[in-house]
Design a protein around this ligand. Structure first.
Ligand code: GLU
Length: 279
């Protein structure tokens, strides 16, 4: 059975772009006679606050969406992400990184798909003794994927299946995770990262079709690599176009900053929003 999910991060109020993604997931689940899940991606506990979480559920319900209970809330599942890290540690595919952002920025000129400097690998070359001493001092550290080693484990080309909408036609897409370099899988301040948790959760929730914005398309390369390393089945992916305001293009500033609840307060109805988004 098809299983789809909408996975917002409650670090602000939902906008039209979120509504579009949620509606597209729900409509596709319905079309496939499948299930529709909601997942709250709140691992950034400083920015994701309960008020936004509650508002998110309320706004989605107001739009007319319903989802299965219980809702998976990432901040209640640190153990699952820790298990995934442990597995990668046992495979010696991750290493602790003690560098500060500033240290990395000053030595690296190559950028990853999100525009962050590619990690130059400083901590990859630390001796076991150096690492042990730093750990003993409880020096804050992140955990990074050893990309070169991860890629060397698999000789075959890495790819994933993209599906088109509304046809559901499928095509194979080559994945090139190397462009992310030694990416952080567990942050210094949070015992996981978006990349690690999304992969663990999509597998744990048996998600079959991921529909999300085009801004996350390059991250999929990394996600399918992580899934392969962890022995998880990858879902099929569709990356939808972003609404104009999300691409930082035209559309008036007022619209850009308008949340669904702002629109609701102004008297816009859920039907009007759906119509505007093509549903
Ligand atoms: N939580 C992510 C966001 O709000 C979406 C993650 C996903 O769909 O994979 O951008």
């Amino acid at each position: 059975m098809a299983i789809l999910r909408f996975a917002p991060s409650p670090n602000g109020y939902l906008h039209l772009g979120h509504a579009y993604c949620a509606l597209l997931n729900a409509a596709t689940a319905k079309h496939l006679n499948g299930r529709f899940l909601l997942r709250i991606e709140d691992i950034d506990t400083t920015r994701c606050i309960p008020a936004y979480h509650d508002a998110c559920l309320e706004d989605l319900a107001w739009l007319g969406l319903s989802w299965e209970e219980p809702v998976r809330i990432q901040s209640q599942h640190w153990d699952d992400y820790h298990s995934a890290l442990t597995r990668l540690q046992q495979m010696q595919l991750v290493y602790p990184c003690f560098c500060t952002r500033r240290e990395i920025g000053s030595v690296s000129s190559q950028l990853d798909p999100e525009g962050a400097p590619i990690y130059p690998g400083t901590c990859k070359h630390r001796t076991a003794q150096d690492i042990a001493q730093r750990m003993q001092r409880s020096e804050p550290h992140a955990w990074r994927l050893d990309m070169q080693k991860a890629l060397s484990l698999h000789t075959g080309a890495l790819s994933y299946i993209r599906f088109l909408l509304p046809s559901m036609e499928q095509e194979q897409v080559a994945a090139t995770p190397a462009r992310w370099g030694d990416v952080i899988l567990v942050r210094k301040e949070t015992p996981t990262s978006y990349h690690l948790s999304v992969v663990v959760d999509d597998a744990l929730q048996n998600v079959t079709h991921v529909i999300r914005g085009q801004d996350l398309e390059s991250a999929t390369d990394l996600h399918v690599l992580l899934m392969r390393l962890l022995g998880l089945d990858a879902p099929l992916y569709h990356h939808h176009k972003l609404l104009a305001y999300e691409q930082g293009e035209k559309l008036s500033k007022s619209k850009k900053s308008k949340s669904l609840r702002d629109m609701r307060a102004e008297g816009v109805s859920p039907d009007e929003i759906k119509k505007q988004l093509g549903f």
